[in-house]
Design a protein around this ligand. Structure first.
Ligand code: ADP
Length: 546
């Protein structure tokens, strides 16, 4: 305690006393603040520890669900296993969000910048979310500015997390119309806009929803899952990267988020196509969001484009004095794109816009009839390759089956299987047959392995388990085929590995682009028989293997 000297004049004594009081206040405040900080750290530690402890058994449940899904199940049991998987994965997402939040609270939001490709990252997030969007009947598509760098230095995992959250929200809250994602580059930053035609966010809520545990409807309307952490985490990441998130919205008119995410060392993309100035396109689509993205990508490449929702109008628009336009037909029009193949008035050149699951049916029919198809969400690079009619490269190169034909004894095999016992069995068996085997544990790793092997020594065959973490087998098969479409490469033979012999599973994998199905446990006889059948056909006649 500060002692006041009696010799001091009264005004000085008063000042001393005031000063001492203030010092006591400041001291008290400091102590209280230190106490609050300690309590906050303890809370964050508690959150981080419990989240971690919850995550461990939860991973066990997810993993066991996957193993169970790999066994022979009746359709009823399959439904129950699917429910376990969906619920446990939702819980895992929640716990991961809580962990992130706790880390964030503790001031531990570290970024790990590395050189990363931009288009595949954005495309990957959109493709991951498209199933949910398409199942709801809404559009989801993306467009890339012509001057977007091919790669730059940034934290790809954190940017993916931000995009998954913002685009995921847009899909979650939009019930009509759809979601358009566009990516540009300005002032050393990626500028990503996510626009939706959803319910919009009231002005009063627009700042608040970025707060922790905040939701626009104040959590009263629980029709949508989520606890209100996503935007807080997304904003934290973007701020840590030195960027901004802006929001424009009007109730009833949709929402638009603009993310500025700074990057370094941007490397320009190679121009992948020439100008298409002589071309004309007519897009027939029942929904405007994806059609508009397509229109602007084609218009930017210098073509004339018209969009119609009516079949007769679209056919009429294809013919004008300058000749016939290429007709792009969204398979969601009444009766589907397939009806055009037999229409007397069909244009000479047509491109079907399909979902991955229609690849083996509508897609194959268009290709067989000398037309083309594009899988939604449409990758900008594939769009340019297909509209430029650049399919000759593939036609001129040897069929994929030829590789296997020459090397039946020592094939280069990729096994994608997450269950260690099944993986060990498959790898040992294949090695005993004299093949060289590479093993990966996720669908995403399989896609990377196939892509990376292209330039060096491509795989002769890929065996793909269907239930894997990160990316399941059907998605991985679609992703490999998309990459091949985009780059104009020969399709690598892919056989799906499954214990499930349901016809719908077979149909799903074939439609995703697999060449056949092998049942588990893998037997040498069945593997050899499949290889022999693959060798007896050309790469285009894939479905005959089934
Ligand atoms: P969660 O989605 O878990 O509720 P978020 O922090 O991601 O949490 O979002 C907070 C709230 O912001 C949401 O609950 C929703 O009310 C609102 N919101 C976010 N994005 C949109 C959107 N695109 N359209 C309408 N409302 C949105």
């Amino acid at each position: 305690m500060t002692r006041v000297s009696p010799k001091l004049p009264p005004w000085k004594r008063l000042l001393r006393q005031l000063g001492a009081g203030r010092a006591r206040d400041v001291d008290g405040l400091r102590r209280a603040r230190a106490e609050a900080e300690r309590a906050n750290r303890a809370k964050s530690r508690f959150l981080a520890m419990t989240s971690h402890e919850i995550r461990t058994p939860l991973n066990g449940i997810v993993g066991m669900g996957k193993l169970l899904a790999d066994t022979e199940l009746t359709p009823e049991q399959q439904n129950y296993v699917d429910a376990i998987t969906v619920s446990s994965e939702a819980l895992l997402t929640l716990v991961n969000d809580l962990m992130d939040f706790a880390r964030f609270e503790a001031g531990d939001m570290e970024l790990h910048p590395q050189r990363s490709a931009i288009a595949p990252l954005v495309g990957g997030v959109v493709e991951m979310l498209c199933e949910r969007a398409y199942a709801k009947g809404i559009d989801l598509g993306y467009g890339l500015a012509a001057d977007l760098p091919a790669s730059a230095v940034f934290d790809p995992g954190r940017l993916r997390q931000v995009l998954t959250n913002i685009i995921g929200n847009a899909v979650k809250f939009t019930d009509k119309g759809g979601v358009a994602v566009t990516v540009g580059y300005a002032d050393n930053a990626l500028v990503i806009r996510v626009r939706d035609t959803g319910p919009g966010i009231a002005a009063a809520d627009q700042e608040r929803i970025f707060g922790e545990f905040e939701q626009a409807a104040n959590g009263i309307d629980r029709s949508h899952e989520g606890i209100g952490l996503g935007l807080a985490i997304a904003r934290g990441i973007v701020i840590a990267a030195g960027g901004t998130i802006d929001l424009e919205s009007e109730v009833g008119a949709g929402t638009s988020f603009t993310i500025r995410f700074p990057v370094e060392g941007a490397q320009a993309a190679r121009a992948s196509h020439g100008a298409l100035t002589a071309e004309r396109f007519v897009i027939l689509s029942p929904n405007g969001v994806e059609a508009e993205l397509l229109r602007s990508a084609l218009a930017e490449a210098g073509t004339a484009v018209a969009v119609h929702a009516d079949k007769a109008e679209a056919i009429a628009a294809c013919r004008d004095a300058t000749g016939e336009a290429t007709l792009m037909i969204d398979n969601r029009i009444a009766d589907g794109a397939g009806t055009f193949l037999h229409d007397a008035e069909r244009p000479a050149r047509m491109i079907a816009l399909i979902e991955a699951r229609d690849r083996g049916s509508v897609g194959a029919a268009f290709k067989d009839a000398g037309h083309a198809f594009l899988t939604r969400p449409i990758r900008p690079a594939t769009l340019m390759r297909i509209v430029a009619g650049d399919d000759e490269a593939r036609a001129a190169s040897p069929a994929a089956g030829a590789v296997a034909r020459e090397a039946v004894a020592g094939l280069k095999v990729l096994v994608a299987e997450d269950n260690p016992v099944n993986a060990l069995l498959a790898v040992r068996m294949l090695e005993k047959l004299g093949h060289r085997v590479t093993h990966v544990e996720t669908g995403a790793a399989a896609v990377d392995a196939v892509r990376d092997s292209r330039a060096v020594a491509p795989f002769d065959i890929v065996l793909m388990d269907l239930h894997m973490p990160v990316m399941d087998g059907v998605e991985a098969i679609s992703a490999v085929r998309r990459h091949e479409d985009e780059a104009g490469l020969d399709p690598v033979p892919i056989l799906a590995l499954t214990a499930d012999v349901l016809p719908e599973t077979r149909l799903a994998v074939v439609n995703a682009g697999a060449d056949g199905v092998l049942t588990k446990p893998l037997s040498p006889e069945e593997f050899n028989a499949r290889i022999a059948r693959l060798n007896g056909k050309t790469s285009e006649g894939c479905s005959s293997v089934i």
